[in-house]
Design a protein around this ligand. Structure first.
Ligand code: SF4
Length: 215
């Protein structure tokens, strides 16, 4: 596939997603946050959902969690030009607490409603490797009920990519303190580095249709 055609197809998909009203998150979003990065990248990063900054800018991972992700990518020799980044839901899940509005994890229903956009995005990008950030992404890509504490850092074959692994979500790391924070941050750098090396390995493997058997 020509590089331009992936870009054009993703653009067309993003235009359709921009008016999606398949779940209640459309009522509170500022805009749909579709994805960002290089459509030709062999590595896709899938996070949880947009937060306040992402909802405001229309780009994934631009707040504090995004800055931490960028720093960890850089330590692994990777920039956003080397990856395509998206989320399991594309509108910001929020929680009203008094006068303030907070981010919250997406519900199973919201993830299910948005799964078609994620699957179509993966079909276009056809990543060799997917790095899931956090349990919602791992449960959507790898298997339901994914246990981060037990299964993070392990490789799985999935219908979406030959190799998928889960790493700590940067927002989770930011909620930790002291040595726990440092250890989780080191884990993320290590897992990104492992994903980069897995891309090199996957490029040598014969490729089959990623969506064989996916309905
Ligand atoms: S979160 Fe996904 S399914 Fe729900 S309205 Fe936004 S784009 Fe549509």
């Amino acid at each position: 596939m020509e590089p331009e055609s992936k870009t054009i197809r993703l653009h067309a998909l993003a235009e359709r997603a921009a008016v999606c009203r398949a779940c209640a998150l459309c009522e509170t979003r500022t805009q749909v946050v579709f994805g960002d990065g290089n459509p030709e990248a062999p590595l896709m990063i899938v996070g949880e959902g947009p937060g306040m900054n992402e909802d405001a800018t229309g780009r994934p991972f631009v707040g504090r969690a995004g800055q931490l992700l960028d720093a960890c990518l850089k330590e692994s020799g990777i920039t956003r030009k080397h990856v395509y980044i998206t989320n399991v839901v594309r509108c910001r899940p929020t929680l009203q607490e008094g006068a303030s509005i907070r981010n919250r994890p997406p519900s199973a229903e919201e993830i299910h409603a948005c799964s078609s956009w994620l699957q179509q995005t993966i079909e276009i990008v056809q990543p060799l490797v997917i790095l899931c950030l956090g349990a919602p992404a791992a449960s959507a890509i790898i298997h339901k009920g994914f246990k981060m504490t037990q299964e993070r850092g392990q490789w799985f074959a999935t219908p979406f990519a030959s190799h998928a692994m889960a790493a700590w979500h940067p927002a989770y790391i930011l909620r930790q303190h002291g040595e726990v924070f440092e250890a989780a941050r080191r884990d993320l750098v290590h897992d990104i580095e492992a994903a980069r090396l897995k891309v090199i390995q996957a490029r040598r493997e014969p490729q089959t249709s990623l969506f064989d058997g996916v309905e």
